[in-house]
Design a protein around this ligand. Sequence first.
Ligand code: DAH
Length: 342
Amino acid sequence: MLQDKINALIEEVNHIEIRDAESLESFRLRFISRKGEMSSLFEEFKQVPSEAKRELGQLMNALKQAAEEKLKSSSKALDRERDALAASAIDVTLPSTSETLGSLHPISIVRNEIVRIFERIGFNLSEGPEIESDWYNFTALNFAENHPAREMQDTFFVARHPDTVLRTHTSPVQIRAMEKQSPPIRTLSVGRVYRNETISARSHCMFHQIEGLYVDKNVSFADLKQTLLHFAEAFFGKGTKIRLRPSYFPFTEPSAEMDVYLGTDTPSNYQLTKGTGWLEVLGCGMVHPNVLKNVNIDPEVYSGFAFGLGLERITMRRYGIKDIRNLTENDARFLRQFAGAI
Ligand code: DAH
């Protein structure tokens, strides 16, 4: 029956899947072109009695429409697919975009250099938190309860009673290191410290320190002096002269400050050393027996030395940075100047 044949073809057209240009073309040849299914249907149609022609004619039209719609929608879908593929394709002839490499911060460059100097003579690294208890920041370091030294360091308090502070120096890491390790201890700690100071070109409320600690049997002031001389020569250059001036810190006895001799031959060295040639670099001393007792190390058996230095001033000197605020403003033009350093 012609009617069944047409219905079957309509069914086929509706369900056929057209996935590529080739099947689209064979679909077109079979259902649309004059030489396809249609022409043989017309041959049969001619034989149909005239009273049935009207109904069958409509059915043939429906088949024709279904086939044309299928062709249109499939060809559109294929076009869309092709465009999407083209859009996502990689054009290998395009020049590559270069990645911008970051650079180490000048403070990091100087820190790395100092850490390497001390690592070579057997120091390891210790860490401590930036939010410290009063015990670690002051009491264990032999600051007396109402000692003016607590006021000397303009402390940021996070909470009171019990006091929690932003550490004012890296010395609390000494205590943490001695709690964790037993002598011989040779350790360095690096980090941020905070003091409630007015921010200006020369001072900031946040800066960096490096702390050194050596505890063993028979550690003497001569060992301290030799270690510091080694550091000064490694960092400031061979032949650098140092001098130790008596000073006071609650956690060391005796205490000293170390200056290095830069000379006055360049205007910046003259200015930096206020015409003396000497630059103050660090505080140091022999670990106070009370500090050793606070971490259960017997001061009759062991002795130690410690030192602490600020990173900002020597970093600014090295790179000719005039304003300490450049170090924290994250201006890419400033930071880019340090690209390539390790
Ligand atoms: N903590 C001291 C400060 O911030 C620096 C210092 C001095 C550290 C003497 C030491 C030291 O370890 O022995 O001013």
